[in-house]
Design a protein around this ligand. Structure first.
Ligand code: PAF
Length: 287
């Protein structure tokens, strides 16, 4: 497998090749969700760059950064099926942050304000800083992101527009475990009791989706909160319904608009997020 630690090596390697390049940015501890992005990128591009970089500037909690799972050996094995077209980029911080390891400040028309933006101050500035660096240094034709981090995905799309780099952002569906838990590198941090309790998150979201035309947002929220409270291993961080276009939480569902539920739940110190779309029906019950 081709492994580089600097973007200049990648440029030299690709310089004499006819190429389309897909970028899959990751923080490692790869799971089937990441591999699904690599699979799509491999179908659409001659070369796929997978970056593995645990980006310190996007962590608002130092303990979370220190505990973030790492397993480069396992990650290489997980990527080995794509060896022929895969470039693994494992930079040191200096390659992405040549001056100072700190975030720039961004504004995305309010997309960054709520949910993860409010509960993890500075998080999206850190994400945007590293994604801007990855985009500018690697100059891919396409970049692949999962819908589990839906707010991040919308912010990256807005960033891409601001930067005007003409990169195509490819949105990829959430990949779930058999019991419905959204795949996440953080799932490896769950103890057996927390892992057993965690599927209630998606189970409850599915139940809400089933009742979406009858329940108000307050009823959805109360149902979710009660489901999480019944599990001693879990603690609700937030439940919001927001319009997909502006990501502003609302209790008022207008007919014909598209919404999403966004949740964050703690299992011990591990924070899990999930999201589902509410269908575009004209029969929402107003609250
Ligand atoms: O979603 C992630 O893994 C990270 O936020 C990303 C996009 C790789 C930036 O560090």
């Amino acid at each position: 497998m081709l492994v580089f630690t600097t973007h200049t090596e990648i440029h030299s390697f690709l310089s004499d090749k006819k190429k389309s390049v897909g970028l899959v940015p990751t923080m490692g501890a790869l799971h089937k969700g990441h591999i699904s992005l690599v699979e799509i990128a491999a179908q659409e591009n001659e070369w796929v760059i997978v970056s593995i970089f645990i980006n310190p500037t996007q962590f608002n909690n130092p303990e979370d950064l220190a505990n973030y799972p790492k397993n480069l050996v396992q990650d290489k094995i997980a990527l080995s099926a794509y060896d022929e077209k895969l470039i693994l980029y494992v930079p040191e911080p200096e390659d992405l942050y040549p001056e100072k390891l700190e975030s720039k400040e961004y504004h995305f028309n309010g997309l960054e304000k709520h949910m993860e933006g409010a509960f993890r101050p500075g998080h999206f500035n850190g994400v945007a800083t590293v994604v801007e660096a990855l985009f500018k240094k690697l100059i891919p034709n396409r970049a692949y992101f999962g819908e589990k981090d839906y707010q991040q995905l919308q912010i990256i799309k807005a960033l891409n527009k601001q930067l005007d780099l003409k990169i195509k952002i490819v949105e990829c569906p959430i990949i779930r475990e058999k019991d419905g838990l959204a795949m996440s590198s953080r799932n490896t941090l769950l103890n057996p009791e927390q892992r057993e309790a965690a599927p209630v998150i998606f189970k409850s979201l599915k139940e809400i989706k089933f009742h979406q035309t009858q329940w108000s947002v307050s009823e959805m929220e109360a149902f979710f909160q009660a489901s999480i409270e019944r599990e001693s291993q879990l603690k609700l961080d937030y439940f919001y319904v927001a319009k997909t276009s502006d990501l502003i939480p609302t209790y008022n569902l207008e007919a014909g608009m598209t919404y999403r539920i966004f949740v964050a739940v703690f299992a011990g110190k591990t924070r899990l997020i999930d999201t589902v779309e509410l269908e575009k029906k004209n029969t929402f019950t107003p609250c």
